[in-house]
Design a protein around this ligand. Structure first.
Ligand code: ASP
Length: 412
């Protein structure tokens, strides 16, 4: 039996091929309907299983992670390295977007009037920067049970941080609770191992549906922009992030790809960093030797806050819209776009198309029409694949880098 890693790779390729075949069948063909139905079913079951373990996993891994780090006096170093890493990689993603959009000028040759119909039937929700901040901070602290039930990841992270720190502050008194969390964490990892057996099937099903349902004529109209987004995001994922990994840890891109590919392919197929989190944790801990304390801290935080692919996309898309509308943005305005895109990506939850919602804020920051999102929505499922893969890659690279930095300063 081939390894799970290999099975996932083969399943992903098969998914794309079968998706192509199904997409070429007449829309009323019974075989098309049957394949699409079966893949929707299998895809939703796979994502459902990942979501089932998601919230308990985030909570437990942070509690265990923070209490372990705190006990070894590493919390501060890990915090600082994680935040510095997030800011540096997000800024580099912005730089890639800036250079690429200047060279390739996306949207040149297209005009807004070509999309008038789509924009008319679309009413954009307004989201200003101040509203965004209000919403962000108001949601940080919640009744934990409500947060668990609603899947509010950031609020779960915050509550878990409190519990983890309190466990250490209480010391011996809470020894049993600590042990219980540790055992529960092991149990969750066992369940994730079972879910992973379904990963090849789930990934194949998701990709069949994705490829079969693309609208070819739309893809041709937007081809230039799609290639630009794919190219720049890939550049960040293949050159920038592995470059940082190599510089800090000396590990090669091949070593990283071998250890992280299950998670990266799953992110590509599910378009959700959150749903991929259980697999990212497994890859980081079991394949890349990141300690549970660090992986359990960096990855859940990264899945909600560190989205290089999303930031890059939001900035590139805003400049694309500016070109469509025929507005020449000044350098200062472009900087506003990049800052807002960084903030917007940080606030986007790790679910499919979340970036589209916070993108409204980026457009509004320089007075671009928010309705222009209607143009991007039909191709978003496609573009979401690569940006989510790079989002997840950035988190996993982050866990390896942060571990190295934390150990280096401890050894000094
Ligand atoms: N789907 C992305 C993620 O989960 C977020 C986004 O850009 O829409 O990371």
């Amino acid at each position: 039996m081939p390894s799970l890693n290999r099975q996932i790779l083969v399943a992903a390729c098969l998914g794309v091929l079968i998706g192509w075949w199904v997409g070429a069948l007449p829309t009323d063909a019974a075989s098309r309907e049957a394949v699409l139905y079966a893949s929707t079913l299998a895809g939703s079951v796979f994502i459902g299983l990942l979501k089932m373990v998601l919230i308990p996993l985030i909570f437990t891994s942070i509690v265990v992670g923070v209490s372990n780090l705190q006990a070894h006096h590493q919390v501060h170093r890990v915090w600082v390295s994680t935040l510095v890493y997030f800011v540096i990689t997000l800024s580099l993603a912005m730089l890639v977007a800036l250079i690429a959009t200047h060279i390739f000028k996306p949207g040149a040759g297209l005009s807004l009037t070509m999309f008038a119909e789509a924009m008319e039937s679309f009413e954009a929700r307004q989201l200003t920067l101040s509203e965004f901040f209000l919403h962000f901070f108001a949601n940080l602290f919640q009744n934990p049970f409500a947060a668990f039930a609603n899947g509010s990841i950031l609020a779960v992270v915050v509550f878990a941080l409190f519990v983890g720190i309190a466990l250490v502050a209480g010391g011996e008194r809470y020894r049993h609770i600590s042990q219980l969390f540790q055992e529960f964490m092991d149990l969750l990892l066992l369940i994730i191992g079972w879910i992973m057996r379904l990963a090849p099937l789930g990934i194949m099903a998701l990709l069949i549906k994705l490829v079969a349902e693309q609208d070819a004529s739309l893809l041709v109209t937007m081809l230039g922009f799609i290639v630009l987004v794919f190219g720049t995001t890939l550049f960040h994922g293949v050159v920038v992030l592995p470059g940082i990994l190599f510089l800090v840890t000396g590990k090669t891109p091949l070593w990283f790809w071998r250890g992280a590919r299950e998670a990266i392919i799953t992110a590509f197929a599910t378009s959700s960093s959150a749903a991929t989190l259980p697999i990212s944790m497994r890859c980081a801990e079991q394949n890349l030797q990141v300690r549970q304390g660090i992986a359990g801290f960096v990855l859940p935080l990264g899945a909600t806050m560190n989205m290089d692919g999303t930031a890059l996309y939001e900035a590139a898309a805003a400049l694309f819209v500016a070109n469509l509308v025929g507005i020449e943005l000044s350098f200062a305005q472009q900087m506003v776009v990049f800052m807002t895109a960084m903030i917007a990506s940080t606030g986007a939850p790790g679910i499919p198309s979340a970036g589209m919602v916070t993108m409204v804020m980026v457009l509004q920051s320089v007075g671009l029409p928010a309705e222009a999102i209607a143009i991007l929505l039909p191709i978003d499922r496609l573009l979401d694949t690569i940006r989510t893969a790079v989002n997840v890659e950035g988190d996993i690279v982050g866990s390896v880098v942060v571990q190295k930095l934390a150990d280096r300063s401890r050894d000094r």
